[in-house]
Ligand binder design. Structure first.
Ligand SMILES: C[S@@+](CC[C@H](N)C(=O)[O-])C[C@H]1O[C@@H](n2cnc3c(N)ncnc32)[C@H](O)[C@@H]1O
Length: 355
């Protein structure tokens, strides 16, 4: 485990690529007879579980591009995760889950999983105690059956369940009506603000520019609401949607196709890595302030850097963030210019031009 690296690899990285919940799950699995058993691994962060169980009959699933790259990198490409729950096949004897923070996503996972379990299937869920939401027990009881827990060890805990219920149908994606849009949006479970319009997004929607753009990037698109509004105001432009969540990309695609007949582009990646430079006229970005349970502005910084590189000379990056995050200072450093477009009590919208 000591050799595992997070993705992307950063100089002087202080955070490790696994947690004590990974260690507890692997310790538990070492004591099991795995001969002839099919194992499903869900939400492996950077490959600790997949690599720790290499040689067994394992399938790995993740919604996260960053995790997928971490798992591939740490397994020297031997593990190729699935990124769609609909791609699961057959029945699994053991299911190992790093419980996500988002309980709608956990519910979606459990419902879809119920179609791939038998009466002897065992679920072993791990979490750091500080992230273990009481709702996760309610959902396990609802869709699986009685749960038991391990003692907490190194601030982590395991939750065990067997499949005692019947198969369930997932309530996701959900159809959600958003203010200002005639057609409903299809929101997958692992989406930012999946049941309503976020207050920041609502403010940002009032400040989408209109101009002679031919190419507009919705960076960190979630359900695509920002890019869809940009297309309404700039019908001549091609829209590019990118996000590191596969569910976000799927929702953005469904929603765009509901609204427009032309082709948009959909890119599942970390920030905008690996994409052409000097290709876009306008980037719209409402950056996240966490990756999984890791909080910080490192993703926003990387998004600004990638936006700078993908913009044409003369292109614009427009960003929204909580006022205290000081994005205008960071943009000024990177672009050499930054202007404030609007502010309210909580948010600040600013923009920079590539010169
Ligand atoms: C604050 S939400 C903004 C969603 C939407 N654009 C809006 O304004 O309502 C940030 C989005 O960034 C995505 N994200 C998080 N980390 C990312 C990364 N490393 N690369 C690309 N997108 C990421 C999240 O999945 C989420 O959809």
């Amino acid at each position: 485990m000591q050799n595992l690296k997070r993705y992307p690899v950063r100089k002087n990285e202080l955070l490790q690529a696994w947690d004590s919940a990974d260690e507890l799950i692997l310790k538990h699995m070492k004591a099991q007879d795995l001969t002839g058993k099919r194992i499903l691994i869900i939400n492996d962060h950077f490959g600790a579980l997949s690599c720790g169980l290499e040689g067994q009959d394992c399938t790995t699933y993740t919604d996260s591009f960053v995790s997928m790259m971490g798992i591939r990198q740490n397994s020297a490409q031997r593990v190729q995760p699935l990124n769609d729950l609909k791609a699961l096949t057959g029945l699994y004897d053991f299911v190992l889950i790093q419980i996500p923070k988002n309980m709608s996503y956990f519910e979606d996972i459990l419902c879809r999983l119920s179609q791939h379990l038998h009466a002897q299937s065992q679920l072993i869920c791990g979490s750091m105690v500080k992230h273990l939401a009481p709702t996760s027990f309610d959902l396990l009881k609802k869709y699986m059956g009685e749960t038991t827990t391990s003692l907490a060890e190194k601030k982590a805990r395991l939750v065990f369940a067997r499949f005692e219920k019947t198969t369930a149908t997932s309530p996701y994606p959900q159809s959600v009506k958003l203010d200002g849009f005639d057609l409903p949006f299809s929101n997958n479970s692992n989406l930012f603000s999946r049941d309503k319009l976020d207050v920041g997004s609502r403010f940002f929607l009032q400040h989408i520019p209109k101009g002679s753009f031919t190419s507009i990037l919705d960076l960190g698109c979630a359900n695509g609401v920002i890019g869809i509004k940009a297309k309404m105001l700039n019908p001549q432009a091609q829209i590019i949607f990118s996000d590191e969540s596969a569910m976000a990309i799927e929702s953005a695609q469904t929603n765009y196709q509901q609204h427009f007949k032309d082709e948009a582009r959909y890119i599942w990646t970390n920030c905008f890595e690996g994409q052409p430079r000097g290709a876009v006229d306008l980037v719209l970005c409402n950056p996240p302030f966490h990756q999984g349970t890791t909080i910080g502005d490192f993703i926003a910084q990387q998004m600004f850097q990638d936006a700078f590189e993908t913009l044409k000379v003369g292109g614009t990056l427009r960003v929204i963030g909580n006022s205290h995050l000081g994005y205008q200072v960071k943009l000024k450093k990177l672009f050499g210019n930054a202007t404030i477009v609007d502010t309210n009590q909580k948010f600040l919208i600013c923009e920079s031009h590539k010169r």
